[in-house]
Design a protein. Structure first.
Length: 202
């Protein structure tokens, strides 16, 4: 929904803005090193409220909807529509564990595969073998800090019918993200790089 000052001064109105808060065998694709301290991208420690602010904002919208007896669609004046969502395959200790998860999600045709720098090729090959029918997207969780190696990985994924790659490099590496975008054969999504509205123009 909306953030502070939402439609018609919604429940987010007056809420402080974030700015107010003080190698395996993989054909040469190995060697990815996850950046220290990167993870879910919750914004902790970087001065932004991250997911916590979003959680409070959603709770306020829910409170107003229940108090007014109106749906969120009515409050925001947004027409509801059907959206396709992904089924996420999280990172597991072994590629075979992820493959079993993908196989168990046989009723879901669109899978989001979480990867990092630990055997990404082996994990993807195991999942693709288990679900040759599935459409796949990849979330690298900021785990490919070396842009050259990240590009090689993205090129490899493009040959395996992956639709797009989410957050391949650490969120603060905006120049590396721009460099990759110019060369990538796949669409790239930089979600953790956008923690606040002021991050959007970057």
């Amino acid at each position: 929904m909306s953030g502070p000052g939402g439609p018609k001064g919604g429940p987010g109105a007056g809420f402080p803005s974030p700015g107010d808060a003080s190698p395996g065998s993989d054909g040469g694709l190995g060697g990815f090193v996850a950046p220290g301290g990167s993870g879910s991208g919750g914004g902790a420690g970087d001065g932004s409220a991250g997911g916590a602010r979003n959680a409070v904002d959603c709770a306020l919208w829910d409170l107003e909807a229940k108090a007014s007896g109106r749906s969120i669609w009515e409050l925001t004046e947004v027409a509801p529509k059907t959206l396709e969502t992904v089924f996420t395959i999280g990172i597991e200790p072994e590629p075979e564990d992820m493959a079993r998860g993908a196989a168990a999600a046989r009723h879901h045709s669109l899978l989001k595969v979480k990867l990092d720098g630990n055997r990404p090729v082996e994990r993807m090959e195991a999942i693709r073998a288990a679900r040759p029918d599935a459409r796949l997207v990849v979330d690298a969780n900021q785990g490919w800090a070396d842009r050259e190696r990240a590009l090689r990985m993205i090129e490899w994924l493009a040959g395996r019918n992956v639709l797009f790659v989410e957050q391949p490099v650490p969120k603060e590496q905006l120049e590396a993200a721009a460099w990759l975008r110019q060369r990538s054969p796949l669409p790239l999504i930089a979600d953790e790089s956008v923690q606040r509205l002021v991050d959007v123009p970057k």
